[in-house]
Design a protein around this ligand. Structure first.
Ligand SMILES: [Mg+2]
Length: 118
């Protein structure tokens, strides 16, 4: 299974099945407030792998010359994503619809005055 052959719904269900196996939450559904807070903790763990990187370190990452760090980043990203999938599942949020909706919003809003790309 990979990004090309797995739907977001399948991932939501896989995370839900993990919660059920672990006995987390009520019938595998954890308090969304707790899930959102846990997501920020995992986001901090993800950021830790970028802390104090110099431009050469970033180049190494982008060019695939730091597979150990990339693996650690991938693991923390998975933690963030798993909480995100739990949150969207229990709140009935359609990830694809919301991401596409947000892309449309960003696409059509005027650039912010402090946008560094201007
Ligand atoms: Mg983690």
């Amino acid at each position: 299974m990979n990004d090309n052959d797995t739907t977001i719904s399948t991932l939501k269900e896989a995370v839900h099945q993990l919660c059920l196996r672990k006995g987390w939450g009520v019938e595998g559904v954890q308090n969304p407030q707790h899930v959102a807070m846990a997501m920020t903790v995992e986001m901090s763990e993800l950021l830790e792998h970028f802390q104090w990187l110099n431009p050469e370190d970033v180049d190494a990452l982008l060019q695939g010359r730091d597979p150990e760090r990339t693996a650690l980043i991938a693991e923390e990203f998975a933690d963030v994503m798993m909480y995100g999938l739990q949150l969207t599942r229990c709140l009935g949020i359609d990830v694809t619809g919301q991401v596409l909706r947000k892309i449309d919003i960003v696409d059509h809003r005027p650039p912010k005055p402090y946008d560094p790309k201007r």
